[in-house]
Design a binder for this molecule. Sequence first.
Ligand code: 9MR
Length: 343
Amino acid sequence: MLGSGLALAACGPKANSQPAGGPVAPLKSLAPFPIGTCVRANLLEDPSYAALVSEHFSQLTAEWEMKMEYTVLDDGRFRFDRPDAIAAFARSRGMRLFGHTLIWYAQEPPAFVNLDEQRASFARAYDNYITAFVGRYRGQASGWDVINEPIKDDGSGLREHLWSRRLGEIDHMVRAFHVAKAADPDAVLLINDYNLESNPAKLAQYQRLIERLLKAGAPISGIGCQTHCNADLPAGALTRTIEALARFGLKIHVSEMDVSIVRAGGWFVSREEKEAAQTRLYAEAMSAFAALPERQQFAFTVWGVRDPESWLVKENGSDTPLLFDGAGRAKPALRAVEAALRR
Ligand code: 9MR
């Protein structure tokens, strides 16, 4: 007994010899599916950022520069320069490009608002936009968020906006899917929304919408689950949501994952406990995604690389929702994702 006890003691330090901040394997090398992140064109010019992105990720989404707020000028012309720069970066590093996003209630560019009310001309401009962008990245973009965030926040129904008012609540969506399909028959065409894991009414409404779109013949081939969550999300919610969405048999995209520390409730819970919960949630999401049938694994995307660049930090400077800290060092959440991929 004494002998084995001593032997164990001798093994201890060796087994733990990897320092907590030691190297991690490139995430993309561990995953049989694409690992994505969102990027901004100017950040890609920072060599340390570009190196980190290239090391770990295999798919890039433009964080905002492929949205109408950037791509449609007031006079109706399209801007392709920054989308092209992001696409070129992805191509040069052998990564996939993901298109985000074509039709989004939050983006109603003046050039479209000011179009005369005649249905025909509005519809032509709508089709033209989708065709121009999907067509331009045909063969490079693995897929597109065709419709983004269609469900009302309280889960009571579909949002109303410029696109639905002019082209119909469901019809504008069905139309967008058909036009995108014609522009790139090989791209995976997705719908995408958030708070699905935290709001059962919203998830149910999202599922109903997907059924309606399928019934209406829309060529929808993937479902995005943004996965912007807070560290106080109960364990199990992410797994249940990913499994529920996977029942359609379509491809699944964990499309914008981050885990807010400061939005998590419970003032009596320490920051360390919230960070531990964040780590567990990242691991849970990755395990649930990795457990899907291979043909349904579109990609697992996190919404940013280093903490200070997250959109959540603009809202609250002390949030740390991502996998890397400001110096580009791996956080415990990254190590947990790595461990989940190795299982
Ligand atoms: O992170 C994005 C932020 O930098 C942009 O200013 C904003 C508006 O374009 O969009 C943010 O990304 C959103 C994504 O496109 C859709 N789901 C919610 C994301 C966070 O708001």
